[in-house]
Ligand binder design. Structure first.
Ligand code: GAR
Length: 188
């Protein structure tokens, strides 16, 4: 049995896709959903599927030994960041080497780094008149969006696409490919 912890700060549409994708897989369990936001909709989604949730207070708790040990005690094999906006501290990375992955809503190395998340990314893409965007699933290291790539998928953009339109196209790719990338990593 492989145990996944999903970390998310917001709506959790990706988290829900992942939960549904693995629901019929007896070898994989979504054991935990972690959030740093008490009102994040992802917590409601998790409860709907009877998945344990953990609310962390912020950066300090994320960095703590107690939190790393809590995850270890739960026998978590893989941490999946699905719209989690805090930087992952090196302590956690040392507890889960090559066992933390993230989805980023752009074709890295473009449009990555601190502050580049969600709609900020799509607005910058439109502003720069990009003709394509997409997603990057990557391993997490101690710097925002710089870990080794696992998968990229792209979509074409038209000159009339607004940031919202780009967000929709990118979200479609995330929902389709992120669970597949997770399955691939679990098999490694
Ligand atoms: C996703 O588009 C994800 O790529 C992005 O947050 C969104 C979360 O949506 N993550 C980042 O921008 C990280 N830099 P969701 O809560 O509906 O899954």
């Amino acid at each position: 049995m492989k145990r996944i912890a999903i970390f998310a700060s917001g709506s959790g549409s990706n988290a829900e896709k992942i939960i549904k994708y693995f629901a019929s897989n007896a070898e994989v369990e979504i054991s935990l959903v972690v959030s740093n936001k008490a009102d994040a909709f992802v917590l409601e989604r998790a409860r709907k599927y009877n998945i344990d949730t953990k609310l962390i207070s912020g950066k300090k708790e994320l960095k703590s030994l107690a939190f790393a040990e809590f995850l270890q005690d739960k026998h978590i094999d893989l941490i999946v960041l699905a719209g989690f906006l805090l930087l992952i501290p090196s302590l956690l990375i040392s507890y889960f080497p090559k066992r933390i992955i993230n989805v980023h809503p752009a074709l890295l190395p473009k449009y990555g780094g601190k502050g580049m998340y969600g709609m900020h990314v799509h607005k910058a893409v439109v502003l720069n008149k990009e003709t394509e965007s997409g997603i990057t699933v990557h391993y997490v290291n101690a710097r925002y969006d710089e870990g080794q790539h696992i998968l990229q998928a792209s979509c074409e953009l038209t000159p009339t696409d607004t940031a919202e339109a780009v967000a929709k196209k990118v979200q479609k790719l995330e929902h389709l490919y992120f669970p597949i990338a997770i399955e691939q990593v679990l098999g490694e």
